[in-house]
Design a protein around this ligand. Structure first.
Ligand code: FAD
Length: 473
């Protein structure tokens, strides 16, 4: 059966069967997969070529199920174990059918993505301990993307940069065309089917404020400034059913000195477990040693968001300086706690009182940062339940931290074929979604490292294939 392409607008070769909006992992997996099914494919990337690839540029690894150790993974990670991890981090807020489907397909992804030119490397050592579960991209997310673009273009996928989609023509669940800003003008681009892979709305501070209120002004956005949620909003306006809570997102504590957007991985701080964390009033507000860092790093963005002015300070002493991965900015340093308070603009007496109170509550124990050790406080609220050591060996150090938003979870509801569902539950005629824009189907809240790329790769591949098949009908 022939493919049913419709005409593209001026400036585009066309006609196209599948229009992919976005230029990150989800979009490229969809484009390659659709092209391999024989479809004529156009990718519209809103960013300029240099900034192509959204948040995917910043990534390092992907979580996939596998039954045995491999050259790059230190042991098996079964589908059931993956699902258990997902259940735990989301507190059960996941669509079990979709999540199990994704996890099952993730096994195949380890091979498929390599066939598309992506290369892995042995796991990086460090604070997240992911050697068994996560595959690290050789050269990081940018190399991964470059490989996908090379493959897509080699297969004949057309890619247009500086091509922000500013409107969609959707009639009763049927996609007809996208309106694309090109230079000073807007072009109408038609295609047989749509794959929306345009990320979340984390870079749209006004939209974040709708859920969080004005405190969102103090959030830093870890990734691309181009993920403003315009496509998601248009789809919502066209009657696509949404899933997820607008305030749920992946948020970590990052250096408060980081740029507003695109600070990336090097601004994240992994030293919370080694010290104490205080707010602007020099008060501790959470157990810094509750659990091993990979299981807790993703809660600290929300914790800091709940503090006055959305700022906090990680305080530690010289014994811990070399125990964690260094970040972009050097820590602030002083020879005394009062001196450190002065550098941070905090009340010296209050900070001394908090540190003295903490030191007085620390119990004897054997420090071991590789296990849940027995170093803890007693009689302190909140307690520090592991890795509690007195802060007493100068110099003293601090990092100021703010909430760093990685990506949002509110998105389009989809089925197993990554096809969008319309309000009321019936499938859209010819519209598919992949990646952050539909992450909420799997992630109701919480996060397990590396799952963002699993969602994009697995559903991107499915969306592209199904979009190509759909365009044929
Ligand atoms: C610092 C950082 C580190 C991370 N590390 C990891 C990691 O190691 N492992 C992991 O699994 N996840 C990680 N993540 C999360 C991961 O980046 C995302 O889950 C994943 O990249 C999402 O892929 P995507 O294709 O859906 O979105 P993106 O890669 O963000 O791509 C969205 C694309 O849509 C484009 N776009 C947006 N609006 C429009 C429009 N209107 N018109 C046209 N194009 C538009 C953007 O320009 C962009 O190219 C990290 C994120 C950050 C910020």
């Amino acid at each position: 059966m022939g493919l049913l392409a419709t005409h593209a607008g001026p400036g585009f070769a066309g006609p196209y069967d599948v229009l992919v909006i976005g230029g990150g992992n989800a979009a490229l997996c969809a484009a390659i997969s659709a092209r391999r099914e024989g479809a004529r494919v156009l990718v519209l990337e809103g960013a300029p070529r240099f900034y192509r690839g959204g948040n995917t540029r910043h990534t390092r690894n992907m979580r996939c199920a596998h039954d045995t150790a491999t050259e790059i993974l230190s042991g098996p990670y079964t589908e059931d174990e993956f699902f258990d991890d997902l259940l735990r981090v989301t507190g059960g807020q996941t669509n079990e059918q979709l999540a199990r489907h994704m996890i099952h397909e993730s096994k195949e992804m380890l091979h498929w993505i390599v066939e598309q030119g992506v290369r892995f490397q042995p796991s990086l050592g460090g604070t997240l301990s992911l050697g068994r579960t996560n595959s690290f991209f050789l050269g990081g997310g940018r190399s991964m993307l470059n490989a996908l673009y090379r493959t897509a273009e080699g297969l004949g996928v057309d890619v247009a940069y500086d091509s922000e989609v500013v409107g969609l023509d959707i009639d009763n669940g049927t996609f007809r065309a996208a309106f694309v800003r090109r230079g000073d003008g807007t072009v109408r681009v038609e295609a047989g089917t749509l794959v929306a892979a345009a990320g979340g709305f984390e870079a749209n501070i006004d939209w974040l404020k709708e859920g969080w209120g004005d405190i969102a002004d103090n959030f830093l956005i870890r990734g691309t400034p181009y993920n403003r949620g315009a496509v998601l909003k248009m789809l919502m306006g066209a009657g696509v059913e949404t899933i997820g809570d607008p305030t749920q997102c992946h948020a970590v504590a990052i250096d408060a000195r980081a740029p507003k957007f695109d600070g990336g991985i090097i601004t994240r701080l992994d030293c919370v477990v080694f010290g104490i964390v205080v707010n602007r009033n020099c008060e501790r507000f959470y157990d810094e040693g509750e659990d091993i860092w990979p299981k807790r790093y993703a809660i600290w963005g929300r914790l800091v968001a709940a503090q006055p002015d959305q700022i906090a300070y990680i305080i530690f002493d010289s014994r811990s300086l070399e125990l964690f991965m260094p970040s972009l900015y050097p820590p602030i340093k002083a020879d005394s706690i009062a001196g450190l308070a002065g550098e941070l603009g905090l009340d010296p007496l209050r900070l001394e009182a908090t540190v003295n109170g903490f030191n007085g509550a620390v119990q004897p124990g054997t420090f071991n940062d590789k296990i849940l050790d027995d170093c803890r406080t007693e009689g302190l609220s909140p307690p520090k339940t592991h890795w509690a050591r007195r802060l007493e060996k100068p110099p003293f150090y601090a990092y100021p931290v703010r909430p760093g938003i990685t990506f949002t979870y509110l998105g389009t509801r989809v089925d197993r074929d990554a096809r969008m569902l319309m309000a009321g539950g019936q499938p859209a005629q010819n519209m598919f979604a992949a990646g952050e824009i539909m992450a909420g189907n799997v992630l109701g809240k919480g996060y397990a490292a590396g799952i963002g790329m699993t969602i994009g790769s697995v559903f991107g591949r499915i969306a592209g294939r199904e979009a190509a098949i759909n365009a044929r009908q």
